[in-house]
Design a protein around this ligand. Structure first.
Ligand code: NAD
Ligand code: UFG
Length: 340
């Protein structure tokens, strides 16, 4: 049985991926400093899977502390989710973002070298394509000029990992460029749990749906799209989680090196369509008002899924209604998120 170190495994995407790994016969060790997640996640994972996962409360930038995890466990591969991810916050706190995201990656890759771990899956983002409107984005689309420090950390880490793989012919790296991960586990026990007022669409709609926030502001309805609101490629977090299992399988059946895959559905959904889908899921209206455009927003962003389908054997199966109904179930069962 292979053991996977999941850094950031207590977070939104990491926790769902832990379940998918467990269901596919992997042993999982989690390393997370809980900077954006709650210890309670480990209990919820136990409720869902019947398994108490080994959890280390460590900062992945702390080499001494993280080396304990490698020393105490025979790690076969790493999925590196640990990182800060709020776009707006990264503009206000660039040093914190560069320091945390880049140092945690460097520390993990150094320890992988020391402990002879050769397989890595990294959480990248469609944000590396920059402000291009040339959709759909394929893995060959040129990388763009990022609009914020968060995006640059993904861009830089991709480059760092390419350089490391060039220097070390035993290293296998899969870069996964996520589009817009949303939804929650079907149990309603884990989901996205942002602190404070959410910036992203689904967490915001969810809070409006349970009355925590009064109304959604739709950021612009004058884009060149069918209903004037922006199109995004929302992907169910459980589909995304399964994409990570495929990525590990890909590494095991291919030569070392770097490969990159988009993880999306290939379908654009407008803000208004997302609101309507959420209304179907929760059975009542989501109060909303049209506001001005949000600076830095692309009108349209969606993935070409051809490479993921052909090479990785990955295809998302859940639709926007599945995303909204799972999100609603999670939100209504946990209106204040998880408490420690
Ligand atoms: P999240 O904040 O829910 O999860 C990240 C986890 O990493 C948290 O549990 C946090 O406590 C932990 N963490 C952060 N810095 C750490 C450190 N130095 N040491 C140990 N743990 C640390 O975020 P998520 O949505 O699950 O995202 C996971 C990854 O996917 C991130 O790297 C993010 O940038 C990337 N990603 C997310 C999205 C998205 O829309 N959610 C899109 C593209 C890429
Ligand atoms: N939106 C609203 N009102 C809100 C929040 C969002 O109308 O209150 C709109 C946005 O303007 C955009 C769409 O909903 O048109 C989606 O916005 P999100 O903030 O949910 O997602 P983004 O596509 O802007 O950003 C996401 C991730 C980033 C990542 C980026 C590119 O959150 O981390 O995709 O991959 F960098």
């Amino acid at each position: 049985m292979q053991t996977v170190l999941v850094t950031g495994g207590m977070g939104f995407i990491g926790s769902h991926t832990v379940i998918a790994l467990h269901e596919n016969g992997y042993e999982v060790v989690i390393a997370d400093n809980l900077v954006n997640s709650k210890r309670e996640v480990i209990n919820r994972l136990y409720e869902i899977t019947g398994k108490r996962f080994k959890f280390y409360n460590v900062d992945c930038c702390d080499k001494v502390a993280l080396s304990e995890v490698f020393r105490e466990n025979k790690i076969d591969s790493v999925i590196h989710f640990a990182g800060l991810k709020a776009v707006g916050e990264s503009v206000a706190k660039p040093l914190e973002y560069y320091s945390n995201n880049i140092n945690s990656m460097l520390t993990v890759i150094e320890l992988m070298r020391e402990y002879e771990v050769h397989k890595l899956v990294f959480s990248s983002s469609a944000t590396v394509y920059g402000m291009s409107e040339d959709v759909p984005f394929t893995e060959e689309s040129p990388l763009g000029i990022c609009t914020n420090p968060y995006g640059w950390t993904k861009w830089m880490i991709e480059q760092i990992l390419r350089d490391c793989a060039k220097a070390d012919p035993s290293l296998s790296v899969v870069l996964l460029r996520y589009f817009n991960p949303v939804g929650a586990h079907e149990s309603g026990l884990i989901g996205e749990d942002p602190q404070g007022i959410p910036n992203n669409l689904f967490p915001y709609i969810s809070k409006v749906s349970v009355g925590t926030l009064e109304r959604l502001t739709i950021h612009g309805d004058d884009y060149d799209t069918p209903d004037g609101t922006c199109l995004r490629d929302y992907i169910h977090v459980c589909d995304l989680a399964e994409g990570h299992v495929k990525a590990l399988g890909f590494i095991d059946s291919n030569e070392p090196g770097v490969e990159v895959f988009n993880l999306g559905t290939g379908k654009g959904t407008s803000v208004k369509e997302a609101v309507a889908a959420f209304e179907r899921a929760c059975g009542h209206e989501i109060a909303n008002v049209i506001g001005p455009r949000r600076p830095g927003d692309l009108a349209v962003c969606y993935a070409s899924t051809d490479k993921a389908e052909k090479v990785l054997g990955f295809k998302a199966t859940r639709d926007i209604d599945d995303m909204c109904s799972s999100c609603w179930k999670w939100q209504v069962n946990n209106p204040n998120g998880l408490q420690d």
